[in-house]
Design a protein around this ligand. Structure first.
Ligand SMILES: *Cc1c(COP(=O)(O)O)cnc(C)c1O
Length: 382
């Protein structure tokens, strides 16, 4: 068996991409808001069902600029169970992250824990739609309204996710998505901010391009975080294939669920009611007592069988050296997040994953538990 990694980027046919490249070679317009940049922004508005899209060269800079655009300062309440970029974007804005624990079912920030974490310095909430499962957007907005807080969703996993047929990206003040190579739709690297009105879009567009309005008008101390034409052209091409890619991801997730349900001590998430998922990840939780191996033992066992799952999200952000000194990082403040981070593995999930590879992964998880229980039986231990 060849090595099977947690993900593999989806790549459209190269000759189709060459057609786009020819246009760029002819126009010699490589960046600074060209034709493809505009086309991709408009196409994303249509596809996602959102009003305004501001393209970025990656999701992390989009998060950093989103916080700047809303002039967020002081403290922001966020989740420790995410990719590090969520909290790093606060650090880069000199904002103090305040961690709140997560919900045991969705692994998203628990709205009840948000209220406890509010102080006079709190100005915003940065939740994450972890693995594409929408947060409790209604409860979060209610808290934000009462305390006059801004809400920025890290929606890096939520491309194409809808909640009762409405894009999950329409909630909160701003949402940020990522087009990194590992995400459902990739532009090699890339990202975007979704916002509600044209004025905010213009402000964000200023901030991502040095504050340039025209040749001599510089309205803000902006940075350089814009998407280039090659990324945008690639995004246009990817959009043609993304529904197919999501369908394929869904089919694989269903095979996993049908089979893993029979293995004791292995848990997975089901789709939440009213949600269209994009199946960015397939996380499983391991109950060591029931399964017979710890998470790390299974992780190593799978590696020995050429299966390279990833322990997303471990270590927990609140346990990293940069953040662990914060009061809110204390493990007793975050029992659920610490528990999930110790027990999770994301299994390989990508459109080109083959049937025999999926079977190999499922069989290996099945055998991983047999080996231990058979040996115990052999040794006469129950
Ligand atoms: C991928 C990701 C990002 C940002 O990603 P970039 O690689 O900078 O595009 C941010 N937050 C989460 C939760 C992510 O998974």
């Amino acid at each position: 068996m060849n090595n099977i990694y947690v993900t593999q980027p989806f790549l459209p046919p190269l000759d189709e991409f060459n057609e786009y490249m020819k246009q760029i070679w002819t126009s010699k317009w490589l960046t600074n808001g060209g034709q493809f940049h505009e086309e991709f922004e408009n196409a994303l508005c249509d596809y996602l069902g959102v009003k305004n899209v501001c393209l970025f060269n990656n999701g992390t800079l989009a998060l950093i600029i989103a916080l700047k655009a809303l002039r967020i300062t002081g403290e922001v309440i966020t989740t420790p169970f995410s990719f590090v970029a969520t909290t790093h974007s606060l650090w880069w804005n000199n904002i103090k992250p305040v961690f709140a624990d997560i919900d045991r079912e969705t692994f998203n920030i628990d709205p009840e824990k948000i209220e406890d974490a509010i102080t006079p310095q709190t100005t915003g909430i940065m939740p994450v739609h972890v693995y594409g499962n929408p947060c409790d957007v209604k409860a979060i907005q209610e808290i934000a309204d009462i305390y006059n807080l801004k809400v920025i969703y890290d929606a890096a996993h939520a491309f194409g996710v809808t909640l009762n047929d409405e894009s999950v990206l329409n909630f909160g003040d701003l949402s940020v998505i990522s087009f990194h190579a590992t995400k459902v739709l990739n532009t090699f690297e890339g990202g975007a901010i979704i916002c509600h009105d044209k004025k905010m879009k213009r402000h964000i567009d200023d901030l991502k391009n040095f504050g340039f309005r025209d040749e001599t008008t510089i309205v803000a101390p902006g940075i350089n975080a814009k998407m280039n034409e090659i990324q945008a052209a690639f995004g246009m091409l990817q959009l043609k294939y993304v529904d197919e890619a999501i369908d394929r991801r869904k089919a694989i997730a269903e095979i996993y669920r049908e089979n893993l349900i029979n293995i004791e001590g292995i848990y997975f998430q089901n789709d939440l009611p009213g949600i269209r998922q994009s199946y960015t990840y397939f996380p499983i939780l391991i109950d060591e007592k029931k399964y017979g191996k710890s998470r790390d033992e299974l992780y190593e066992y799978l590696k020995a069988h050429n299966i390279f799952g990833r322990r997303y999200f471990y270590p927990l952000i609140s346990n990293l050296s940069t953040y662990k000194g914060l009061k809110s990082s204390a493990p007793r403040n975050l029992p659920v997040a610490n528990d999930v981070a110790e027990r999770v593995i994301c299994l390989p999930l990508y459109p080109d994953l083959k049937k025999n590879e999926i079977e190999w992964i499922i069989d290996s998880i099945y055998m991983g538990n047999r080996v231990v229980s058979d040996r115990k039986q052999h040794l006469g231990i129950s």
